[in-house]
Design a protein around this ligand. Sequence first.
Ligand code: ZN
Length: 123
Amino acid sequence: MSDDPIWITCICGRRIGTVPADTTDWSTPDYCNDCAARYPAALLKAAQDPFSYALGLVTGEVFWFQEATLNGEWVHLSGVDPEGALLDRDRARSDALPLPPFIRGVDVRTSAIAWCADAPYGS
Ligand SMILES: [Zn+2]
């Protein structure tokens, strides 16, 4: 086993530092300051730790999803719950058509995100 330090690489590909090869403390964020300023913390976590997340768009849609892939101005949401992709205003209308189930995920422009949450119903 090598004693070389382990490089920590941000999701954007930028190397941001090293930790000792024998570290057991992985609490240091593994994203750079630029990404921390650009993306919500819960979205950064979703890009590194698939679990249960939700985000809302400025237009009212809410997505429950499991994983995010960040790419500049866009984020791809995977594991989208089709029941979550409804406009709040449409929930009260019986004749409203829901958005599609997004089986292969959905791409969202990050500037359209109003909020993002990690484990919105707890863990
Ligand atoms: Zn970065």
